[in-house]
Design a protein around this ligand. Structure first.
Ligand code: GDG
Length: 465
C-alpha cells in the first residue's frame, strides 16, 4: 500500500492524548498517517524575510511532519488575505465581509505554487496525497503542472456556498476548475455537494453522472459527502481522566444549585455568538422566573486576531455581554460568564459534562465538532440536551437535537426553555440515539471512507445518517 501524504495549511504534531490544545482533526489525521506510514506537510507557522523553500522534518508521535516557512507578504495575502478575508466569509455566506482584492488572489496562487514546489520532492510513486481545506484548493493543479500523476484527494472542512454567492467571486470558474484536478473531492454535507453540483451544471455547463461523478472543464472527477466525525474513544478517555474530573467538580462547586448552559467556540462571526447572547437575553426576558436559576458559560477562544472583522466581533461581544450582565445581574448572580481563553481538551470535557444544555448556534458551519463533543461528554444516566443550529453541517446527522434557527431569538429562547425542562426519559432517548450516531460515524469512519475511496478510485460515498 502506498504512503499517505497529508497536506494542510498548518500542521499540528500530536502530543499526548487528553492534553494539548489541538482539535480532533489533528488527532485523526495523525492516526491516519501512522496507519499508512505517511508524511504531514504544511506551513511551520514561522515567517522569513525571503522564501527559501527549505523543508524542516521531524518525527513526532509516530508521524513524520515536514514544514516550510513563508514570507510575511505570503501571510498577508494568502492566509489573512484570500483564505480568511475572501474565501472564509464568502463560503460562510458573509458577502458583506468578503474582500475581493486582486493582490489576495495573486498571493493565494503564489503560495499554492510554493506548497507544490516544496512538497514535490517528498512525493514518491504510488503515494496517495490528501489535501485539506480552502487554503489549498489549487494545490492539485500546481502539482499536476509539475508532473505529479499520483491519486490526489481534497476535503473541504467548511461549507460550499450556493451558486449565486459563488459567482460574486471574481474568477470563480478558475477556483472550481482547480477542483477537477483532484481524483476525489469530499464535502461535509449533502447540502454542500448539491450546491456544488448546481454550480457545475448551471454555471459551468457540466454534467452529473452516477454516484456524483462530475464532468466539467473537460475533466471528470468523483465528489461525495463525507461528514467528519469526532474521536469518541479518545474523548471518552479524556473525560475519564483526572483533569476532566477535577474541572467538572470545580464547575459544579460554582453552580450553587443553578443550571448551566455552555457554548464553546473559536471567536468567529460564523459561530453566531452575538445572536446567541441576544437569544439568551430574550430567554431571560420571556422567563423572568428563570433568572438567577440559570447561567450561560461561553468560552470563546480568540482566533485570527490580525483580521479586522475578528477584532470587531470581539469588541461587539465584549459590549453585548457587558450590557446583558449589567441589565440582569444581581449581587450573587451573573447571567453570562464570558471567557476569552483556550482550555485543554480534557478541561473542556469536564465543562461540557457539567452543563444541562449545549448551545451550538452557528449561522453557518461546515460540520461543528463542539456539538458532537457536548453529546459525547454527557452522563448516560442524566444527559444534558443539545440545541443545534439547522445551519451547522452536524444538523444533517443529529436530528434528535433540538434544531433551531439561530437567526430567531424567539426560536432559540423557546428551545432553551424546552431543553431545561425536558423530562429524563426524553433526554435519555434523544441522547442514546445521538450517541449511537456519533459512534457509527466517528472520525475513523470518516478517515477510512475517504482514504479507501481515494485509494480504490471510483465513486464512494458515506451517506449521512
Ligand atoms: C472547522 C470547520 C468543522 C475550541 N475551543 C477550544 C478547543 N476547541 C476545539 C473544539 C473542537 C474544535 O476546536 C472546533 O471545531 P469546530 O468543528 O467546532 O469548528 P472550526 O474550528 O471552525 O473547524 C467546522 C471542522 O473544521 C472540522 O472539519 O467541523 O465546521 O469550521 O474540537 O473542542 N480545544 C481546546 N481548547 C479550547 O479552548 N483544546
Amino acid at each position: 500500500m502506498g504512503r499517505l501524504i497529508v497536506i494542510s495549511n498548518r500542521v499540528s504534531p500530536p502530543s499526548d492524548v487528553g492534553g494539548g490544545t489541538q482539535g480532533g482533526l489533528a488527532m485523526a489525521l495523525a492516526a491516519a498517517l501512522r496507519e499508512h506510514s505517511g508524511v504531514w506537510f504544511g506551513w511551520s507557522g514561522r515567517t522569513t524575510e525571503t522564501y527559501t523553500g527549505q523543508v524542516g522534518v521531524q518525527r513526532a508521535g509516530g508521524v513524520t511532519v515536514a514544514t516550510m516557512d513563508l514570507e510575511e507578504q505570503d501571510i498577508d495575502e494568502y492566509y489573512n488575505g484570500y483564505a480568511n478575508k475572501t474565501l472564509w466569509p464568502l463560503f460562510h455566506h458573509r458577502v458583506d465581509l468578503t474582500a475581493y482584492e486582486r493582490s489576495f488572489g495573486e498571493g493565494y496562487a503564489r503560495v499554492n505554487a510554493r506548497f507544490a514546489e516544496t512538497v514535490l520532492p517528498l512525493i514518491e510513486d504510488g503515494d496517495f496525497v490528501w489535501i485539506h481545506d480552502y487554503h489549498l484548493i489549487p494545490l492539485a493543479q500546481e502539482l499536476r503542472k509539475r508532473g505529479v500523476k499520483n491519486r490526489i484527494g481534497f476535503f473541504l472542512h467548511i461549507p460550499w456556498p450556493t451558486r449565486h454567492l459563488m459567482t460574486t467571486l471574481p474568477r470563480h470558474d478558475r477556483l472550481v476548475e482547480a477542483l477537477f484536478d483532484y481524483d476525489l473531492v469530499g464535502f461535509q454535507t449533502n447540502d454542500s455537494l448539491e450546491a456544488f453540483e448546481d454550480y457545475v451544471v448551471h454555471e459551468a455547463g457540466g454534467e452529473v453522472g452516477p454516484d456524483h461523478r462530475l464532468t466539467a472543464f473537460g475533466r471528470t472527477a468523483d465528489f461525495g459527502a463525507f461528514p467528519i466525525g469526532m474521536d469518541v474513544t479518545e474523548f471518552t478517555a479524556a473525560l475519564e481522566g483526572e483533569t476532566a474530573g477535577r474541572e467538572l467538580q470545580r464547575v459544579q462547586a460554582s453552580l450553587l444549585g443553578r443550571q448551566m448552559i455552555i457554548g464553546v467556540d473559536r471567536l468567529d462571526y460564523s459561530k453566531g455568538l452575538e445572536e446567541r447572547f441576544l437569544a439568551y437575553e430574550q430567554f431571560l426576558i420571556d422567563n423572568p422566573d428563570m433568572q438567577e436559576k440559570v447561567f450561560l458559560l461561553q468560552i470563546a477562544t480568540p482566533s485570527r486576531e490580525d483580521v479586522e472583522a475578528y477584532q470587531e466581533i470581539r469588541g461587539r461581544l465584549d459590549g453585548e455581554s457587558g450590557r446583558i450582565n449589567g441589565a440582569f445581574a444581581t449581587v450573587d448572580w451573573v447571567p453570562i460568564r464570558y471567557v476569552n481563553r483556550g482550555y485543554r481538551r480534557d478541561q473542556l470535557a469536564g465543562f461540557y459534562r457539567a452543563a444541562k444544555l449545549g448551545l451550538v448556534t452557528p449561522l453557518r458551519d461546515g460540520m461543528n465538532l463542539v456539538a458532537k463533543e457536548y453529546v459525547a461528554a454527557q452522563d448516560p444516566d442524566d444527559p444534558g440536551v443539545l440545541i443545534l443550529s439547522r445551519f451547522a453541517g452536524a444538523a444533517e446527522q443529529m436530528a434528535e437535537a433540538l434544531i433551531v434557527n439561530p437567526f430567531s431569538r424567539e426560536d432559540v429562547s423557546e428551545a432553551i426553555l424546552k431543553g431545561l425542562s425536558m423530562p429524563l426519559p426524553e433526554r435519555r432517548r434523544r441522547w442514546e440515539s445521538l450517541m449511537a450516531g456519533l459512534r457509527a460515524t466517528d472520525v475513523s469512519a470518516w478517515r477510512d471512507s475517504f482514504v479507501s475511496a481515494l485509494m480504490k478510485g471510483g465513486p464512494a460515498r458515506l451517506v449521512a445518517r
